[in-house]
Design a protein around this ligand. Structure first.
Ligand code: ATP
Length: 361
């Protein structure tokens, strides 16, 4: 185990509340390690308040400052005072692109005690990971508009699929399927999600690269699904999935669906990885700032806590990462343990966080 420098960006709304609880769990894991794990955290107030004061969500050299850390623990941004495409572009998208966090990893595992909207699903029966391309594709910032606010107004947005970007994300997915199989966690299966029957250029290209890359992984059972079929199967038979790889937009939509299938935004974590480790990776709950429940201390902190565990795992701190996951699992599975409203309880965000920290102790 070692020492790690973490930039903590709680952001707006419930991000501030859930990241506070994630830090409690990380501190408890640190204490449990008896000095073997050291987490040096720096809190950065880069959020919508910062925007109101400075006209931007983070300092001009923000990305450069973040490069000085080993990882970023991020909450959420979103506030009525800042247009959402601005707050997201200047934080989440700026970090993903500026720090080349090209792999977005969103695990979906049904835990005992999590509210599954599908009938008769047993804990553990759903266990898959969506690997989403995170820096290009449909979210590439390429496009423009003309004749604004006239009847002739035109908007054009282009998707960008590079060989480098497409190949590396597919390879990452195959490597993950291999690793999960070796660890006894997965089925050794990969699903490439595409839409090459309708998008003749970018998606035919994606599928061509998939066909090339899969030849290097004969030990992995691989196939493709059109994105609409993948959405249906995620509801009809989610237990058949192991690793899914998708473009930026398809992955974004699929992972929200995946999150709901295993209990909702309250428990969905995500990692934005720079797998080359050339810059810090970013770990965040999938949920946004949720203005409707912000400031009430009632948000579910489990997603942020699990994001913290993913961060430790990426550092190679496998033992404390597992300890945090186990603590979350034990709180969830215990009918007497505090739960937030979205999980059928009445507990506060901080009470759930305290319970997780106590179980780590
Ligand atoms: P943003 O604009 O920042 O994305 P949002 O409210 O549009 O925020 P989310 O925060 O992602 O979107 O979530 C949508 C809704 O789901 C919230 O309004 C809230 O009611 C619920 N929700 C999200 N996260 C949580 C959580 N951690 N605990 C409880 N409920 C949550």
């Amino acid at each position: 185990m070692g020492s790690h420098r973490i930039a903590v960006m709680p952001g707006d709304g419930i991000g501030k509340e859930t990241i506070r609880e994630a830090l409690k769990a990380l501190r408890a894991a640190e204490k449990l390690s008896k000095g073997a794990l050291k987490l040096e955290t720096t809190e950065l107030d880069w959020n919508s308040d910062y925007y109101v004061k400075h006209g931007r969500m983070m300092p001009e050299d923000g990305i450069q400052i973040l490069r000085g850390y080993d990882a970023i623990l991020f909450g959420a941004v979103g506030d009525a005072r800042v247009p959402e495409h601005v707050s997201v572009a200047q934080t989440i998208l700026a970090m993903r692109r500026g720090l080349d966090q090209w792999a977005n990893i969103r695990p979906a595992r049904l835990l005992a005690g999590a509210p599954c909207p599908l009938k008769d699903k047993q804990p553990g029966s759903i266990d898959f990971v969506v690997v989403r391309e995170n820096t290009e594709g449909e979210y590439a910032d390429v496009g423009g508009s003309i004749f604004a606010n006239t009847p002739n107004e035109v908007a054009v947005q282009s998707a960008v699929f590079t060989r480098r970007g497409t190949e590396r994300i597919l390879r990452y997915g195959f490597e993950m399927a291999r690793k999960r199989k070796k660890q006894g966690l997965g089925k050794g299966k990969l699903t490439s999600v595409s839409k090459h029957n309708a998008q003749r250029h970018s998606q035919v290209f994606w599928h061509k690269v998939f066909e090339e890359v899969r030849k290097d992984y004969p030990d992995i059972e691989s196939h493709f699904l059109y994105v609409d079929a993948a959405c249906m199967d995620m509801v009809r038979k989610p237990e058949t999935f192991d690793v899914l790889v998708a473009s930026n937009l398809f992955g974004d939509i699929l992972t929200d669906l995946a999150g709901v299938v295993v209990g909702g935004l309250g428990i969905a974590p995500s990692a934005n990885l720079n797998p080359d480790r050339a810059a810090p990776s970013m770990f965040e709950p999938v949920h946004g700032s949720a203005p409707d429940i912000a400031g009430k201390n009632i948000a579910n902190p489990l997603a942020a806590v699990m994001a913290g565990a993913m961060m430790l795992d990426f550092f190679g701190e496998v033992v404390p990462a597992k300890q945090i996951v186990k603590a979350v699992e034990s709180v969830l599975a215990d009918p007497q343990a505090p739960k937030t409203k979205d999980f059928g309880g009445k507990a506060l965000c901080s009470e759930v966080g305290d319970e997780i920290a106590a179980r780590l102790g």
